[in-house]
Design a protein around this ligand. Sequence first.
Ligand SMILES: Nc1nc2c(ncn2[C@@H]2O[C@H](COP(=O)(O)OP(=O)(O)OP(=O)(O)O)[C@@H](O)[C@H]2O)c(=O)[nH]1
Ligand SMILES: [Mg+2]
Length: 216
Amino acid sequence: MSDFIANPKDIPVVLLAGGRSSRMGANKAFAMLAGESLIARIASKIGQRQLKPIALNADADWPDAMGMRLIPDRIPGKLGPLAGVLAALQDAQLHHPEASHIATIPIDTPFFPSDLVARLAHVIHGPDEIAIAASLGQDHPVFGLWPVSATADLELWISSDDKRRVRDFLARHKVRRVELPAIETAIGPLDPFFNINTPADLAEAETWLAALEDMS
Ligand SMILES: Nc1nc2c(ncn2[C@@H]2O[C@H](COP(=O)(O)OP(=O)(O)OP(=O)(O)O)[C@@H](O)[C@H]2O)c(=O)[nH]1
Ligand SMILES: [Mg+2]
């Protein structure tokens, strides 16, 4: 544990919704899970824990940002989730000059723990460190705390690395991981980072949500 970040509520949070939703076939942010859109579900989950207003990384012509400030990618071409992270870091330099880090949360992963930003903040030991989530031995770098000091390196890497594999960018930096256990449910263990890519995933998420509600 560290107290480099004294108060996790000071960390600006950016929701990631800048992808193509190609496997879903329609913008997955507005896919409905138990009567609530994925984006509304995640925004309210974060909003309950967060003092700073949440921003949204998504296309400039996004239909409804639900009161969040919209941060479109500055580099064209849909270059992957790290393009969204870069947009969020560039934005922080303007709108949150006091912040050492920003947090990113994707809109398609509804079961993550609501104290995740605080947990990631606790493992940061200095201004240049990255913290990412992991579960079941897998990294989930879309759930990350990103140092503003890495902005220039990320911009350089995105524009020069052909493969743009997230793990290759992470290898350039000091990375801390927060490994989370599966959530026990009545129908078996649920990966807290189960993410929704396809209509079948959405149907499966309905089943998990019902199983979680049975437990409470
Ligand atoms: N800004 C930005 N965000 C992205 C990009 N690609 C993916 N993301 C975001 O990264 C997260 C994980 O991406 P995916 O699960 O692959 O989502 P997706 O790319 O919209 O869906 P597919 O088109 O089916 O791959 C989601 O929150 C996406 O919105 C991109 O090119 N730019
Ligand atoms: Mg994708």
